[in-house]
Design a protein around this ligand. Structure first.
Ligand code: PMV
Length: 324
């Protein structure tokens, strides 16, 4: 057993398949170079202490009683507290725990800061206890945590944090298949608007309740193009992958989750020569992604900036959670 470990987990970008992946369809996700760092230590006082200054939490403490994970928990502490509770329920912790996080990216981008801090917490605790849990066991505890806190979600972000790389992922981790590629030539543009994933997932759910056939059909079409895009990705056929991205964007538009700002940025990237472009994640805000050749990259970045997007340099396909 160790007293303390430092770990880090990557953020993520959804490549294709968002929303449909909540309903038993596959998606493609890549882990990004911006990482969440966590220092986790055992402390003698039998309490949980959280310092997460990036999300406004400092010196938050709670005793390890039956109340852990319940009651009025500050937003920035919810995922970590629930992760500690869920871990403790399975692998009884011998003492209190202090978790301190530091993010390399803004929680506004939609790179998955909540899931990355959940992954860091679960992994760090397993390292401290010397448990050597396999990736799927880590995934199950972290995914349960995300569901406990936000009620909905496919778990794709948790998988990206744990496994890293680029994954073909089926709802709830039924399939998690690494795709063997070195990197993906993406340009990422932030819309400047923070998307509330749970709210947007609920809006889509309402639409599905009103028009079930239409929405199921959209999900099936998305599933179909994700399966084809997986092959394009494996073959590094960017022309073809770009086509699937554009089709995926049309389906997301039909679901009602795009926005004028995202449309504008996507259109600008395409006109500047992107193979394809689409929103990434829940939609409405957060980021768009464009697939760009080396020659067109600068032009596409300029076009996104001109469309009032903020270009974020992102390394794709990076390593999953690790001890630093
Ligand atoms: O908003 P993000 O980047 O966390 O992406 C959400 C993707 C959804 O498919 C809409 C939800 C999910 O959990 O898969």
């Amino acid at each position: 057993m160790k007293d303390r470990v430092e770990v880090s987990a990557p953020g993520k970008l959804m490549l294709l398949g968002e929303h449909a992946v909540v309903y038993n369809r596959p998606c493609l996700v890549t882990a990004v170079g911006q990482r969440m760092h966590a220092s986790v230590e055992l402390i003698a006082d039998g309490a949980l202490t959280i310092d997460a200054p990036d999300v406004g939490v400092s010196g938050y403490t709670k005793l390890f009683t039956s109340d852990l994970g319940k009651g009025d928990i500050p937003r920035g502490a919810r995922f970590i507290e629930m992760a500690v509770r869920n871990f403790n329920e399975r692998h009884s912790l011998p003492a209190g725990v202090k978790v301190t996080t530091k993010s390399e990216f803004s929680s506004q981008f939609g790179f998955g800061s909540s899931s990355a801090s959940t992954v860091c917490t679960v992994y760090a605790l397993s390292e401290i206890l010397g448990l050597e849990l396999d990736k799927k066991e880590l995934f199950d505890i972290a995914y349960k945590t995300v569901l406990d806190v936000q009620g909905a979600g496919s778990g794709f972000d948790v998988a990206a944090g744990i496994y890293g790389g680029t994954l073909y992922f089926l709802t709830g981790g039924q399939e998690i298949e690494p795709i063997n590629i070195p990197s993906i030539p993406l340009v990422v543009g932030y819309s400047g608007i923070k998307a509330d994933t749970v709210e947007i997932v609920n809006q889509v759910k309402e639409k599905a309740a009103k028009k079930p056939k239409l929405v199921e059909n959209i999900y099936d079409n998305i599933a179909d193009l994700v399966t084809k895009a997986k092959v394009s990705l494996q073959n590094r056929d960017w022309d073809e992958l770009g086509v699937w991205m554009n089709h995926n964007q049309e389906h997301l538009d039909s679901l009602g989750v795009s926005s004028d700002k995202l449309d504008h940025m996507i259109e600008a990237a395409r006109k500047a020569g992107a193979y394809g472009a689409k929103l990434s994640g829940a939609g409405v805000g957060d980021c768009m992604i464009a697939l760009a050749s080396e020659e067109k990259k600068v032009e596409i970045e300029r076009a996104i900036t001109k469309a009032e997007g903020q270009v974020i340099n992102v390394e794709t396909n990076v390593e999953g959670v690790r001890v630093d």
